[in-house]
Design a protein around this ligand. Structure first.
Ligand SMILES: [Zn+2]
Length: 254
């Protein structure tokens, strides 16, 4: 989620907030808030028979774990065993379980009703998404695959995960234009540089775009081309950092 939303929730639910919650995507904020409200309500359960009428909000320590396809919440009891009662314990477990349940049917991007999508042939999209965001994700996957094919000449035959063009949305146009420029230089002048310019890494690591390239047996006259390529890829990395900063850092699950 965006940093400012995380900060706001941290303030509002300060007793229950844990920084692991900031890893949740925006669409799952409503299930999170529902759970936090219920956990806060633990202190109200059967308050009449409670020894402690002040209404503590800190009966539990909560953490969440999130992946593309699910989110789970874990609670560690802070009050000693004898202080819990069945109603309170049940309210706690129900709140945790409802949170997972709601995330599994809520679009992680927009918060509308969603479905779990698992990758399969012809549709590599993974996540809990509504129809609109599923279609959008599918078109992005195609877009990355198309760019890869278009610029294939720049990548080594075998590269594993080192070349991954599924960058966040706001970086895609920048990445595409820089790769096309490098390709243009590398295939210019009758193709005498073809296969000698290799981009060996394009990867998002902790929110930062990393690009590495090597030259192989470059002909003597290719200095200008090399400078051009070096500049383009340096520009790509620097601009990507700049855009990532503008989009709230690496915290947002893209
Ligand atoms: Zn959606």
């Amino acid at each position: 989620m965006k940093r400012d939303i995380a900060d706001k929730l941290a303030l509002e639910y300060n007793n229950l907030w844990d920084d692991s919650m900031s890893a949740l995507p925006d669409g799952w904020i409503t299930p999170l808030v529902t759970m936090l409200d219920k956990l806060e309500g633990l202190s109200n359960v059967d308050r009449s028979i409670s020894y402690d009428a002040k209404g503590l909000a800190t009966w539990v320590d909560v953490q969440v774990e999130v992946s593309a396809i699910c989110a789970s919440a874990y609670a560690a009891p802070l009050k000693p065993a004898g202080k819990w009662n069945p109603a309170r314990a049940l309210a706690c477990i129900e709140a945790l379980s409802e949170f997972s349940g709601q995330c599994s049917e809520t679009c992680s991007i927009c918060g509308q009703p969603g479905l779990l999508r698992m990758p399969n042939i012809g549709d590599p999209v993974e996540g809990v998404l509504c129809d609109v965001h599923h279609a959008e994700a599918a078109s992005k996957v195609d877009r990355a695959a198309e760019l890869y094919n278009e610029c294939r000449i720049l990548f080594p035959g075998v590269h594993g995960k080192a070349i991954d063009l599924h960058v966040p949305d706001y970086l895609f146009d920048l990445l595409a234009s820089c790769l096309r420029k490098v390709k243009e230089v590398a295939t210019d002048e009758g193709g005498y540089l073809e296969g000698k310019v290799q981009i060996t890494r394009i990867e998002m690591i902790e929110g930062q775009l990393h690009v590495r390239h090597v030259y192989d047996k470059m002909p003597a006259g290719a200095v200008a081309a090399m400078i051009d390529i070096d500049d383009t890829l340096r520009y790509l990395e620097a601009q990507a950092d700049e855009l990532t900063r503008k989009h709230g850092g690496s915290n947002a699950a893209s």
